[in-house]
Design a protein around this ligand. Sequence first.
Ligand code: NDP
Length: 328
Amino acid sequence: MAQFRAIVVEKGDQGTSAALKTVDDADLMDGDVTVRVSHSTVNYKDGLAVTGKAPVVRRFPMVPGIDFAGVVESSTHPDWKPGDAVVLNGWGVGETHWGGYGERARVKGDWLIPLQPGLSPAQAMAVGTAGYTAALSVAALERFGMTPDRGPVLVTGAAGGVGSVAVALLAKRGWTVIASTGRPGEADYLKGLGASEIIDRAELSNPARPLGKERWAAAVDSVGSHTLANVLSMTRYGGAVAACGLAQGMDLPSSVAPFILRGVSLLGIDSVMAPKARRLEAWRLVGESLDKDKLAAMTTTIGLDGVLEAGKAILEGAVRGRTVVEVK
Ligand code: NDP
């Protein structure tokens, strides 16, 4: 019987634990496509899964890893044949269905999309779910009608994964980008990605007034809580904010003032269950507008044996940009 290496999260009396193990092919979950996984990544949610800090894993034992890139080994799905290069983001993979931190994955073919032309599997995972979420956010702002001539765009959590990709994409698409970070030492990094102005996230971290000075036309917020409330209160008349994250918290201690007095719109971004057309649109946007050198500048590469450490670090807000996992 064939075996492969995988990070496995198990549940015991003391809570959950994660370790690199050898697993049998026979243990793979149901699906109509088997993929040889070459790369995965460490997203915020993966940090929660491997540390057990929040109950994102809802079935045990679980191979975490909410995204992967690889090559189809076998398929009974009409869209996929052996040798196809594929990418998966979300769909509960790494939470309820074995995910990307294993050398092999068996999934539903409907969850897969083709590797974006022009990207290697490693580059696609340097983008990963965080970067694809950044692209979903940019696409949502543009679909809403937001254009760079309306004024600057703010990106919160800018030195993180979603934030770094959002800064690079927005700058390339002609926006003047204001990057909010708690790490002033990353100012040069963020300017290198295309940010024009850096602000201290402390300006946005405390309870918000209903309305503040109008500072930006649009925003991509990966932080939530008081930060999102402040972002909304300082968005210009008629502007829009794409809310995609909760790094500060899941709450939104805000008022309706920005909505009813300034016509500000809040656009919700979900990457997990996003329909295929939206996924393809986001990945096209990445293909069009993400400079490969900037992508390389924001990427650190580790092996499966580095995932547990990286998972802890991302929860501490200590990871810069994106972390790719070379699975095989
Ligand atoms: P990262 O940890 O890489 O980035 C988050 C960044 O947020 C940090 O780097 C830090 O940026 C900032 N931050 C962290 N803690 C705080 C805090 N207490 N207050 C203010 N800012 C803080 O994570 P990702 O980029 O991978 O994910 C970002 C968020 O987006 C997460 O909440 C994640 O769950 C969510 N997400 C949502 C998705 C969706 O489908 N909607 C998909 C993917 C991610 P800095 O140091 O620059 O201040």
